[in-house]
Design a protein around this ligand. Structure first.
Ligand SMILES: Cc1cc2nc3c(=O)[nH]c(=O)nc-3n(C[C@H](O)[C@H](O)[C@H](O)COP(=O)(O)OP(=O)(O)OC[C@H]3O[C@@H](n4cnc5c(N)ncnc54)[C@H](O)[C@@H]3O)c2cc1C
Length: 413
């Protein structure tokens, strides 16, 4: 049995490991257009110079030999022939397969902004993006980041901590991390980032990147008409799943390749996993994309088991789980905090810990009183319990933060 895996990141490596564990004799070939293994979660550290690229490797040096996997770096798959079971590569070679895994991830979204194409504007998805930012930023004075999602915020923090004094984030929503935080914690994060030295502009958007006669960026123009100096621009405004290989073959959902709970696509013997997919999210009970590393690993593992003859199902999948430490504050966001159902009730519990830090637990409960979403701020203990409760629809009363000494109910909305 020959397994072909396209993508060498979270989903692809997890699948390869699972296939090898299940089938010691299978042939496993992995293709990647990347030049090496690296963790995307650390790219902001490379871009700011806080971590060298080599330190972002997330598998041991002997990983491929250990698992008996033929890894072909620098190879771009350009088409899949599902009838002949072949994948065409950019240099003309056709590689055949018995089972194929598409673990092609996602790319930075390029919003339709005047002047966005050209030098001095970067996404942050690949090692080349991060290294490009690091190389160019030395000679630049003003950095503008489009989007205050996790990637934009982590990059801004890393740049300021590395000594860059003019870093501005422009965000269309009223506060940073609009997918992860609600009003109270979002406002608090906004103040924290400003205190950290990051210039935050919310409720506005970039309409144009202005350039000098050499074509280099000089400023960004906002919808409100303001112009912000910027000689380097990073676009962190979301991602687009890399579906091009599969789009001519089978079912694409709203944005990604639709898979079942076993990682199967609508085409026989073609599986998919990770950021390129859409599947049922247990916290909301509907099909949606997920864009987090642990979910990609779990999906990859399940797909790998099923590709190699097993029978595994991912029953508790969610991409709506973020944990981060930003500006010194640990936080966890669980479930659809960005889109609470109008019937949900929001309860806010707070306490000040022994070090004087304000800790908050924001809990959304549905009409049955079950926990539906939560934000844990400052104190992220018990986040696993909260995640379990959301997936299994346990009553909020079973783990109400008031049961934890010192937390007090501050507001019910
Ligand atoms: C800056 C940054 C910070 C992040 N921080 C976090 C975090 O803190 N926590 C978290 O959970 N997640 C984080 N993420 C998200 C996380 O990195 C992704 O969810 C994860 O990488 C998805 O893994 P994947 O295997 O699905 O795809 P990807 O990591 O996108 O990998 C896709 C692979 O497919 C290859 N490929 C694509 N197309 C082709 C082709 N045609 N031919 C050959 N190869 C191809 C690529 O080269 C790559 O190897 C972050 C992402 C970024 C960019």
């Amino acid at each position: 049995m020959k397994h072909l895996i396209i993508g060498n990141s979270a989903a692809g490596t997890a699948a390869a490991e699972a296939i090898r564990e299940n089938d010691p004799t299978a042939e496993i070939v992995m293709l990647s257009k990347d030049a090496t293994f690296f963790s995307r979660c650390q790219l902001h550290l490379v871009a700011s110079g806080k971590r060298p690229s080599a330190k972002t490797r997330f598998v041991p040096q002997n990983w491929a030999e250990h698992y008996g996997i033929e890894v072909r770096f620098g190879q771009h798959a350009t088409a899949v022939n599902a009838l002949q079971k072949k994948v065409l590569c950019s240099h003309g070679e056709n590689i055949d397969y018995d089972r194929l895994l598409l673990a092609t991830g996602a790319s930075s979204l390029t919003p339709p902004i005047e002047g966005i194409e050209g030098p001095g504007v970067f996404g942050l998805r690949n090692l080349e993006d991060a290294e490009g930012i690091y190389k160019q930023i030395m000679g630049r004075r003003h950095v503008a980041i489009i989007g205050a999602g996790l990637v934009g915020c982590e990059l801004a923090e890393a740049l300021v901590e590395a000594g860059h004094t003019s870093v501005t984030i422009i965000e269309i929503a009223p506060h940073p991390l609009p997918l992860q935080l609600e009003e109270r914690t979002g406002e608090r994060m906004l103040r924290l980032m400003v205190d950290h030295g990051i210039d935050m502009i919310c409720r506005d958007s970039v309409t144009a990147i202005l350039r000098d006669s050499q074509g280099e960026p000089t400023a960004v123009r906002l919808k409100t008409g303001r112009e912000i100096p910027a000689d380097l621009v990073v676009c962190a405004a979301g991602v687009r799943p890399n579906i091009d290989l599969f789009a001519p073959l089978g079912a694409i959902g709203h944005r990604g390749i639709v898979i079942d709970s076993g990682g199967r696509t609508s085409v026989p013997d073609i599986f998919a996993a990770g950021d390129v997919t859409e599947s049922c999210d247990s916290t909301v009970g509907r099909v949606m994309p997920s864009a987090i590393w642990p979910a990609a690993r779990r999906q990859g593992r399940v797909a790998g088991i099923n590709m190699s003859g097993g029978d595994e199902s991912l029953t508790e999948h969610t991409g709506l789980k973020t944990s981060a430490v930003l500006c010194g504050t640990p936080l966890v966001s669980l479930g659809p905090v960005f889109d609470p159902h109008p019937s949900w009730q929001k309860q806010i519990y707070e306490h000040t810990d022994s070090r004087g830090r304000l800790c908050t637990k924001v809990c959304y409960s549905d009409q049955n009183g079950s926990l539906a979403a939560a934000v844990l701020w400052g104190d992220i203990s018990l986040s696993g319990l909260y995640a379990e409760a959301i997936i299994h629809k346990h009553p909020l009363g079973d783990l109400a933060p008031s049961a934890i000494p010192d937390y007090r109910l501050q507001a019910v909305v």
